[in-house]
Design a binder for this molecule. Structure first.
Ligand code: FES
Length: 106
């Protein structure tokens, strides 16, 4: 199962085994990774699942889709590597993915 590392703003790391087909948000919520609120449950309607994709992984996670871009307008401290984690599906290629969490989702 692909492993994903979530790094809190404080630097604390959480390594989670994420089933293929789940989203990066779902895997975090299932393992109680703090810092991903996911208020809308993955409908791309809240922007509280904001993460920063490690630059080395950007090619594999793909680009923000247009709905995601509009939602990211409501997030704080958006960077070029910002993604909504409910919009990133876990694939075997993402084994080893590293994402960082923002200071806050609100
Ligand atoms: S969980 Fe709401 S936008 Fe991702």
């Amino acid at each position: 199962m692909p492993k994903i590392t979530y790094i809190e703003d404080s630097g604390k790391e959480h390594v989670v085994e994420a089933p293929v087909g789940q989203t990066v948000m779902e895997a975090a919520v299932k393992h109680a990774v703090p810092g991903i609120d996911a208020d809308c449950g993955g409908a791309c309607a809240c922007a509280t699942c904001h993460v920063y994709v490690d630059p080395e992984w950007l090619a594999k996670t793909g680009e923000q889709n247009s709905m995601e871009q509009s939602m990211l307008d409501f997030a704080n401290d958006v960077e070029t590597n910002s993604r909504l984690s409910c919009q990133i599906k876990v694939t075997p290629d993402l084994d080893g993915l590293v994402v960082r969490l923002p200071k806050s989702q609100h």
